[in-house]
Design a protein around this ligand. Sequence first.
Ligand SMILES: [Zn+2]
Ligand SMILES: [Zn+2]
Length: 280
Amino acid sequence: MTPASGPSASTGVPGDGVARGGGIVALGRWWREAVAEPILSVLFPPRCVGCGDFESHLCPRCRASLVPIDGDCCPRCGEPGPRPLVAGRCSQCMGVDLAFSGARSAFAHTGSARRVVVEFKSGGQPVLAPLMAELARPAFRELVSSLDAGDRLVVTWVPSHRAAQRQRGYNQAELFARALASGPPIVHRSELVRKTVRTRHQKELGRGGRQANLRGAFAVDDKAVASLPFRPAAVVLVDDVYTTGATAQEVAAVLSRGAGVPVYVFTFSRAVSARSEGHD
Ligand SMILES: [Zn+2]
Ligand SMILES: [Zn+2]
C-alpha cells in the first residue's frame, strides 16, 4: 500500500482556494512534488488497488474491467440506461421528489471501481484523486456540456464534519472534486456547504435510516456563496459514490434552497443493484 500523502494530494491549481496560502504553500507543494513524492515512489512503488500488481495505482487489466455508465442513463436520477423516459424521467424517478436537477456517475460501483473508492476513502490513499479524476473525466465533461452553463458553473462537494476530516486527514469528495474541476474543463470550485453535525456511518443504516441520519446535518455556507465571483447558473455537487442517493438528496436540498441554483450530482461510481456497499 502506498503511504498516505495527505490532503495536499489535491491539484492545488491557482484559483481553487488551495494556493491562497502564498509562498509557504507553494514551497510545501514544491517540496512534496519535487522531493518527497519521488523518494516515496521509489521506496514504496504504487500497487494496483484492484489486483496488487506493482507499478501503477490501477493496472491496465483492472482499468479495462471498469464498467462505464454511458450517457444514455436517466438524466434526472442517473440510473444506467438505456431507459425509456417520460418528460425527462425514467420509471425509477417518476413521481419521486428529487432535490437535484440531474445526476451522473462515471462507473458502476463494482469490481475495480469499488476497490478504488474503498482505498481512496478508507485505505488512506488520497493519492488516488488525480487517477479517479482522469478516469471520470469523459463522463464529467458530458455532464458539463449538457448543462450549457458556460463560465457560470461551480463545482462543490459533499462536505465531511470537521472532526471526521481531522481523523481521516482529508475529505475524499473534496479531493476528487478539486482534481476533476482542475480540467479540462476548468470549473470554478468552492466549498458551499458545511457539515455541522457528526453523523453515524451511512453503511450501518437502511434506506430510511440514512435519510433520517442526515437530516439537518448540512448547512449552506452563506459567506462562500456570497463571495463567488459570479452568480452561478448551476452547481455540480461531487461525491465519491452514489448508493441510495440519501446524501446527494440532503446536500442538494440544502444547496438549492440556500444558493437558489439548480444542483447536479456527479460521482465516481454508482451502486447499480439494490444492495449498497458504499457510504451513500
Ligand atoms: Zn490490477
Ligand atoms: Zn430516472
